[in-house]
Write a protein that binds this ligand. Sequence first.
Ligand SMILES: [Zn+2]
Length: 266
Amino acid sequence: MKYISSLVLAVLLTGCSYSSSTQSGSVGADRKQMMIVSSKDMREGSAKAYKQVLSDANTKGILNKDKVMLSKIRAIAKRLIPHTKVFKKDAPAWKWEVNLISSKELNAWCMSGGKIAFYTGIIETLKLNEGQIAAIMGHEIAHALKEHGRERASSQAVSNMGLGLLQKSLGLSQATTKLAGMAYNVTVGLPFSRKHETEADRMGVELAARAGYNPLEAVRVWQKMSKHSKGAPPEFLSTHPSSATRIKDLTKYSQKVMPLYKKAKK
Ligand SMILES: [Zn+2]
């Protein structure tokens, strides 16, 4: 691992692209990213990991139990998804899925390729209204659009020097299993970096605004989170750090996309 690493790295980097995974939108989401893991592999891994999450939840009897809440979050997704084209032309045609898990956890996420999960805990505990659910969903969708999971998997592949060789040396199904584990980890298991959070915040408010949701609801969400977190912060908060800086940035970008909201409301 130590001294062969430069050779392995060279092999891995052959297939690496270094460009922005999205168009810029109004909020300027055009940061260039190093990608080694392919989009296709990420989506296949995510689809598999997502299926596993749903099947586990189903076994526990906590999948899509609250039909009213489920149809609410699905309706919100339906309004947001067409606007993903602003950042990624093919995204509206992804195989989107939206499911609800009954759990006290303050959590929500979107895996590569548009596989969304909401936990009842975040909606109930923070008493989120529709616009606030849309704000969180827009943020999570933005992570998937900007392919933050893929970007992190790519840096992991470089640091582990493993993935490319793994895929070559293992049969496809085993490789897919590894990818599923990786897709799960980079979406659900590990915290996103500050850089990714800020990017998802900005893209999220634009998605919400274009779908006709007041972008300022995102600010209210983080104020609620911040209030709720007094004492021991919930897991969702520790991975999505709330701070004065974040609220300030969200306020600024909410104002920036306000004309899009006003136009959508007409
Ligand atoms: Zn996030």
